[in-house]
Design a protein around this ligand. Structure first.
Ligand SMILES: CC(C)(COP(=O)(O)OP(=O)(O)OC[C@H]1O[C@@H](n2cnc3c(N)ncnc32)[C@H](O)[C@@H]1OP(=O)(O)O)[C@@H](O)C(=O)NCCC(=O)NCCS
Length: 180
């Protein structure tokens, strides 16, 4: 498995050569308002990615660069991690799209995450957290069928089931595949 392809974007596994791009996203003040603060520099990011590669080899985590299909340009990142009890549940995050994104890259990348995790890896559920102030992203997940299970002072904690994703997919598959 090297990439997961949609209609206008693909997810490809990140490598240590992506350190500078990932670092540039994490320090971009128009994108990082609701993300955890990065410490260190590009070299630290590179070391982190090298450690991540071992987790990827062990099928414990997948960190993807989101690329445009038309030009191959990198437009963002998304990461699957915190795999619980084999394939009981996975978490996703590190979700960022920059100004070069395709119009529906957000829906497409979220759908590709669920396609990959539920249909290819066989996960039974999904969990993730969103900062309470990130209202646009909260609305995005609720429209997809995610359920808020609890909250802390800072975050809402959501789950998403394969059945909810299937309901979404049944009316929104046009965002993922070209209509013939
Ligand atoms: C989170 C992030 C990747 C989402 O991408 P985005 O492009 O802002 O997503 P949008 O909600 O604008 O969705 C893109 C398009 O899909 C549409 N869309 C979203 N959900 C949809 C749905 N369920 N059905 C139909 N269309 C939908 C939107 O209306 C929008 O189209 P428009 O431009 O015509 O209005 C991006 O905002 C980002 O990088 N944010 C900073 C980092 C961050 O906060 N990450 C999340 C941490 S939890």
């Amino acid at each position: 498995m090297h990439s997961v392809e949609g209609k206008t974007i693909r997810l490809r596994l990140a490598g240590s050569d992506d350190a500078a791009y990932i670092y540039s996203l994490r320090v971009n003040s128009s994108l990082n308002e609701h993300l955890s603060v990065v410490s260190g520099d590009v070299e630290a990011q590179k070391r982190w990615l090298l450690n991540y590669k071992a987790r990827e080899q062990a099928a414990q985590e997948y960190y993807f660069i989101i690329e445009r299909l038309d030009t191959g340009l990198a437009i963002g990142t998304v990461r699957l991690y915190d795999f619980i009890d084999g394939n009981a549940s996975f978490c996703w995050g590190s979700w960022i799209l920059d100004e070069n994104k395709t119009r529906y890259a957000a829906i497409e990348s979220a759908m590709l995450v669920y396609e990959f995790a539920f249909k290819k890896l066989g996960f039974k559920s999904c969990h993730f957290d969103v900062r309470k102030q990130n209202t646009k992203v909260i609305a995005f997940h609720e429209k997809m069928g995610a359920l808020c299970q609890r909250e802390s002072e800072l975050d809402y904690f959501f789950t998403m089931s394969p059945a909810s994703y299937e309901r979404f997919f049944s009316t929104k598959s046009k965002y993922l595949v070209s209509e013939s």
